[in-house]
Design a protein around this ligand. Sequence first.
Ligand SMILES: Nc1ncnc2c1ncn2[C@@H]1O[C@H](COP(=O)(O)OP(=O)(O)OP(=O)(O)O)[C@@H](O)[C@H]1O
Length: 591
Amino acid sequence: MARNKFDIDENLESPFDINHFKRAMIYIRKQKSPMILAFTLSALSAAVGLSAPLIMQHIVDVVIPDKAVGALVGWSALILFTIVASVIMATYRSRIMTRVGQDIIFDIRTDLFKHLQELPFQYYDDRPQGKILIRVVNYVNSVSDVLSNGIINFVLEIVNLLFIAIFMFMVNAKLSLLILAGLPVFLALMILIKNGQRRAWQAVSNKSSNVNAYLQESISGIRVTQIFTREQYNEGTFTRLAGNFRKAWMHAQLYNGFIPFAVDNLATIVSTSIYLVGLLILGPEEVTFGVIIAMTSYAARFWQPILNLSNLYNSFINAVAYLERIFETLDEPVTVSDIPDALELPPIKGDVAFDDVTFAYEPGRNILEHLSFKVKAGESIALVGPTGAGKTTVVNLISRFYNITGGRILVDGYDINQVTLKSLRSQMGIMLQDSFIFSGTILDNIRYGRLDATEEEVIAAAKAVRAHDFIQEFEMGYKTEVNERGSKLSQGQRQLISFARTLLANPRILILDEATSSIDAKTERLLQEGLNELLKGRTSFIIAHRLSTVKNCDRIMYVADKGVAEAGSHDELIARRGLYYRLYSAQKMEA
Ligand SMILES: Nc1ncnc2c1ncn2[C@@H]1O[C@H](COP(=O)(O)OP(=O)(O)OP(=O)(O)O)[C@@H](O)[C@H]1O
């Protein structure tokens, strides 16, 4: 999918695709038993309710003229019973269906979440988070009612319609045909508005997605907004997006409103015709007063399911717009995944080799070209070089967060494409530039990658990276609750916690991307001492702009021009007086 900004509508899938519903049956089928029970209750409730007009007809035409008071009480009690029974069954059905709806939401949502966990970095690079969130939260909610109650009601309304027709014909066939005559007109109207209605609901889904994306982005970036006092400008953008949503919604409602309007008018015309045709044309011989009462009641009842079916149809059209988005997410290919019969990478020593590696995030724009280098187990490698040169890219490729375009990357001689991602990544300790902190305690955060780590191990890791002291200073120590993104912590504290988390995994290969950039020089020096001990025997890749951090690495690789422009130890590169020397001299002068 193309890159997508908050105010760019996602592509619409033009023709109505019934397969979305067929596919949704996977979720519905799981609820078969409660749905059949709910359906039976509804059918019974409807059938019991439908007998009331017949009883009424009998009371008016037979019981009242006979002045049979006893029978009148009996029949009235029966009507009361039908109403009570019908209400009880309807209430029980509603409880069952609430549960079914929630189960469907649960199933779709967990499937979506599971898939989102597996989608590669590239997926998240390409779209606003808000557009992903809205699918899991709002769209799933919006389709659940249609997939549960909607399906049952649809079948029920059809059965209801058939029952009403049978009862109607039992009373008077000619007047029944008159009631049915409005149906073709109504169907023609529905077909006429179908496409416009569908497009209107797709627009609603797009515009709500845009609002969500901008809202999410604005909340994440609120600090920058306030620093640059962009509040008013952003309000303008939000107002525009919210206005677009309102417009799309109002437009879709026009179609919704049209349906009851058409049904009401047709029902009124039909009911009036019953009086006219019944009394004036057919005459009192054939059409008694009781027949008129029963038939007008059936006419009203007949158009009610039609109205309900049309509203359901409208909800189906609406739900398809959301289902499209949900299934699109579920179908998003996991481009970085295990090949069939992928090997389990055995416990590694830590050799890494790039063999003629070419890589592009976007086709036609290579970030690395024909890059080759070998790193022996236990070596410490520094990656330095200008901003945007590709240092992070190199380390992201070692863990196979992206697929390379050409060449091979080997770990202990194994092509990383041939081994399972889990066996590869679980042997690496990766600390990304964004030291993300999750909501929970500091202990939970350090233990994030190794849930079985003991408290002693957590503390040892924290001590090694010099995080222990500041953690102890919090009143609750390791049990201190931190917010998502660690807003209670300083940037340096976040880095230290994230560092401890990486070390706790006890990896053979350690990747540190600007791991100490926010840590003061003194703490960094102490941390370095602790690390020297810990890094012994492990392969490490360290990216740092502060060259003092990486001076002592076994080898320094200067990344530039889509590859490694210079490589060697600090002393070798200084003696060469090339790119690294210039960078180092510039930093020294600044200091
Ligand atoms: N997800 C992405 N999609 C497309 N292009 C990207 C993506 N990530 C990085 N790039 C591009 O790839 C190039 C290398 O980026 P990379 O993050 O590897 O650089 P870096 O050397 O680590 O930079 P820095 O020192 O600023 O962290 C940059 O030109 C950047 O624009």
